[in-house]
Design a protein around this ligand. Structure first.
Ligand code: THU
Length: 135
C-alpha cells in the first residue's frame, strides 16, 4: 500500500504524542492524530486513572483537542500503539470518530515505523448509529 506525505505526518504526530501517554496501569501507550479541514493536526494520547474505568483513549483526546480548537471535522485519523502493530480504535472511539467523520474517512493503522493500512471508517463501524438517525 502506498502512503502520502500527509499519512506519514499523521503517523509522526501520533507517534510523538504517544510518548506523553499516561498509561500507568495498562502499560499500553497509545497515540492518535487527526487532520481537520484547516490542515491542522490534532494529537492525543491515552490518559489513565487509578479508578480504571475513568481513563480515556488517545483518539478521544485527539478529538477533544480538535473540538476545543473550534473544528468539527476529521479528514483522516492515525493511531499507533508501541505494543501492538496495527492497533485499531476501540468500539467507543469508533463511535466518537463517527460523530465527526464520514463513512469513507480514512483510518490509518500504523506500527512504530509508519502507516501499515488504511481502512474506511465504515469498515470499522458498519451499520453505524449516527446523527442522521436523530434528524
Ligand atoms: N486505548 C486507546 O487509547 N485507544 C484504543 O483504540 C485502544 C485502547 C487505550 C485505553 C487504555 O488506556 C489502554 O489503551 C489499554 O486498553
Amino acid at each position: 500500500m502506498q502512503f502520502t506525505e500527509s499519512d506519514k505526518a499523521l503517523h509522526a504526530a501520533a507517534l510523538n504524542v504517544m510518548r506523553n501517554a499516561h498509561a500507568a496501569y495498562s502499560a499500553f501507550p497509545v497515540g492518535a492524530a487527526l487532520r481537520a479541514p484547516s490542515g491542522t493536526i490534532y494529537a492525543g494520547c491515552n490518559v489513565e486513572n487509578a479508578s480504571f474505568p475513568e481513563g480515556w483513549c488517545a483518539e478521544t483526546s485527539a478529538i477533544a483537542a480538535m473540538v476545543a480548537a473550534g473544528e468539527r471535522k476529521i479528514e483522516a485519523i492515525a493511531v499507533v500503539a508501541e505494543k501492538l502493530p496495527r492497533v485499531t480504535p476501540c468500539g467507543g472511539c469508533r463511535q466518537r470518530i463517527r460523530e465527526f467523520a464520514e463513512a469513507d474517512t480514512p483510518v490509518i493503522l500504523c506500527d512504530m515505523s509508519g502507516p501499515l493500512q488504511i481502512v474506511p471508517l465504515i469498515d470499522l463501524l458498519p451499520l453505524s448509529f449516527d446523527k442522521a438517525a436523530l434528524t
